[in-house]
Design a binder for this molecule. Sequence first.
Ligand SMILES: Nc1ncnc2c1ncn2[C@@H]1O[C@H](COP(=O)(O)OP(=O)(O)OP(=O)(O)O)[C@@H](O)[C@H]1O
Ligand SMILES: [Mg+2]
Length: 279
Amino acid sequence: MLEGRNTNFDAIVRMSGQPAQRIRFALDELGKRRLIGSAGENYTLYTSALDLLALKHYADRDYAMALGKLIAKGKESDVYEVLSPKSELFALKLFRLGRTSFRDVKRKRSTSTFDSISWVTSNYKAARHEFAALQMLRKLTENVPTAVDRDRHTVLLHELPGVRLSQRPELEDPEEILSSILQTAREAYMVAKMINGDLSEYNILTDGRRAWLIDWPQWVGPTHPNAGELLRRDVFTVLRFFVRAYGVKVDDERALKYVRGEVDSLKVRRGRSSTRGSG
Ligand SMILES: Nc1ncnc2c1ncn2[C@@H]1O[C@H](COP(=O)(O)OP(=O)(O)OP(=O)(O)O)[C@@H](O)[C@H]1O
Ligand SMILES: [Mg+2]
């Protein structure tokens, strides 16, 4: 069956090379498991089927042996823990862009070709975009997740320890962590020519000693029409959070210049003595 497209019964039989009766049975079974939908003789794969195909891809490559807990359910993705046969832990990010509107399509029992094509296009593209970004970034810095593989609307990452910075965990050295975040943004910008575009305390993970910048599918290059504004927002969002949560202050404009490579050092100041967020 074609991903994101309605596929006619006769075409499925032709593509499979199997007897029509057998295909009819298989389609009925897949329908009962809510993996495919149909409108007359046209069939379409649901997201759940694409999820399974991606899992099969990772299992076939010996990356996945068991699916673990749901780590996070966001607006734009679901992230599951995955265990490999070598007992490595991965984070499997399944893109869910347009989740709500696609659900509506399903609820109305329509198999609108346009909607599922655009779902496949945007989610597959997000996965490709994030995978390519992480591969590039990982050559420059260890402060981003390692992307192991990708398939369809998913990317497989090494699971990182820690929590989101938004939870305001105790940090060993908040100034040092802020410096390392800005330095990572600087390397991304100056060397990889990448601006995250959605950087915030929600897209930074930390174990208290190190910080990782995650969530890159929306990255843009410096020639993007909004590049300047996006970089400024990324930097200022992080700075505002560090003042609020840890009392750590850097001059805004200087930090922006630092990330752009216009100055070579930062002056990080401690505003108050606590190393802990005050909630
Ligand atoms: N490599 C990883 N290791 C551990 N946890 C991860 C990893 N990548 C993502 N997560 C978890 O999944 C959450 C969502 O990931 P991410 O920010 O990449 O997706 P998102 O689509 O932006 O989700 P949201 O809509 O919640 O922002 C993260 O906040 C984090 O808790
Ligand atoms: Mg996120």
